[in-house]
Design a protein around this ligand. Structure first.
Ligand SMILES: [Zn+2]
Length: 148
């Protein structure tokens, strides 16, 4: 039996189980800026505390007033993991995911591209670039500084 014959009875497998974005009035600035290659970070308009991911209220002073600042996208690798399983068709494996300290003083999580996983090291200098994901959304991606 050929592969084509077996696939006629196969259950249709979705391309990805990764959910689409939930865009709200509190986070749309982030995704709109990403489409233009900019990393915008939410800042409390009252106490100036940065926060990411975006949220309605400041965790420091509970203010609902906020604006944004544009990040330099320069960061250092605070921590990372390399995921082998479970595999989703939207990603290539093994998949490295990093937690970085942005130069502005807050953190961000994103996948890491273009770096041999054996070369990943805490404190290494990285830069936030952007890439298209499963549903066409543009999201941050970590790369070697100067290659983003
Ligand atoms: Zn605040």
């Amino acid at each position: 039996m050929s592969a084509a014959e077996t696939s006629t009875n196969a259950v249709s497998v979705p391309r990805t189980s990764v959910p689409g974005l939930t865009v709200t009035g509190d986070n749309d600035f982030f995704f709109e800026a990403a489409k233009e290659g900019r990393l915008e970070i939410q800042r409390c308009a009252d106490c100036k505390t940065l926060r990411h991911p975006p949220a309605p209220a400041c965790p420091s002073c509970r203010s609902f007033s906020w604006d944004t600042v544009e990040s330099t996208r320069r960061c250092t690798l605070h921590s990372f993991t390399v995921i082998h399983h479970p595999k989703d068709p939207a990603f290539e494996y093994p998949l490295a995911v990093g937690l970085v300290d942005l130069e502005e003083g807050t953190r961000l999580v994103a996948d890491i591209a273009g770096i041999d996983h054996d070369d990943l090291a805490f404190g290494m200098e990285l830069e936030v670039g952007f890439s298209e994901h499963a549903h066409g959304e543009i999201l941050p991606q970590l790369r070697r500084r100067g290659e983003a």
